[in-house]
Design a protein around this ligand. Structure first.
Ligand SMILES: C[S@@+](CC[C@H](N)C(=O)[O-])C[C@H]1O[C@@H](n2cnc3c(N)ncnc32)[C@H](O)[C@@H]1O
Length: 202
């Protein structure tokens, strides 16, 4: 049964300082940070809803930032030990380790997914959930990263990505990468939507 954030001991208070941390990170490195404020709770919840905690295996989270999506995954019922986070920003990594004990936080590059996760996964992942600013990379780099995530996951596992854009941030390829688009989440600032990509199974 899925547990509420209260029952799992996860804080449901908004982390006000995160806004400042995020803004500072954006000033230092706008292309890497990719947004001026953390994702809202409704958006994070919608992203997490694409992953099923009843399936066996870890979840790969890319670009967790200050952790709103991590929090939504814990609230959905994933044990902390199942979450493997890859984050570029060293300060955010420290914050995530303190905030979410038991979660694996790797300071590394999500675009070198095989190398970054080398030896870290015992079984295929149930899916990947990403807040990376994808449009700062070429379509070929995005395609390669998503395919590496599929290779590290169970057959049919989703690669979940939010976007503020109208177009798909991952190049869709008939027969190779399919995408399912959510309705726009108007409660997020700015409004965003979620894409769930899958590699078709046989
Ligand atoms: C748009 S922010 C979203 C973070 C999160 N959803 C939040 O609201 O706090 C993107 C995050 O991806 C991280 N990032 C950017 N490029 C990365 C890369 N190549 N590998 C790992 N993390 C990366 C940034 O440091 C930033 O924390």
């Amino acid at each position: 049964m899925l547990q509420s954030p209260h029952r799992r001991g996860v804080s449901v208070k908004p982390h006000l300082n995160d806004e400042m941390r995020f803004l500072q990170s954006w000033f230092q490195s706008p292309l890497k940070t990719g947004a001026v404020s953390p994702s809202g709770r409704a958006l994070a919840k919608m992203m997490a809803s694409y992953l099923d905690p009843r399936l066996e295996g870890p979840v790969i989270e890319l670009g967790p930032g200050t952790g709103p999506v991590t929090r939504a995954l814990l609230a959905r019922g994933f044990a902390p030990e199942r979450l493997v986070l890859i984050e570029y920003n060293r300060e955010f990594c420290g914050l995530l380790r303190k905030r979410y004990p038991g979660v694996t936080v790797i300071h590394g590059d999500a675009y070198a997914l095989y190398d970054t996760l080398h030896g870290r996964l015992d079984v295929p992942a149930v899916g990947t959930i990403s807040s990376l600013p994808l449009f700062t990379k070429s379509p070929q780099e995005r395609d390669r990263m998503v395919n590496e995530a599929f290779d590290l996951s169970r057959p049919g596992a989703p690669f979940v990505q939010f976007t503020y854009a109208v177009v798909s941030p991952v190049p869709l390829k008939p027969g190779e990468i399919h995408g399912e688009r959510s309705p726009r989440v108007w409660w997020n600032l700015p409004p965003a939507r979620v894409w769930a990509y899958r590699r078709p199974t046989a």
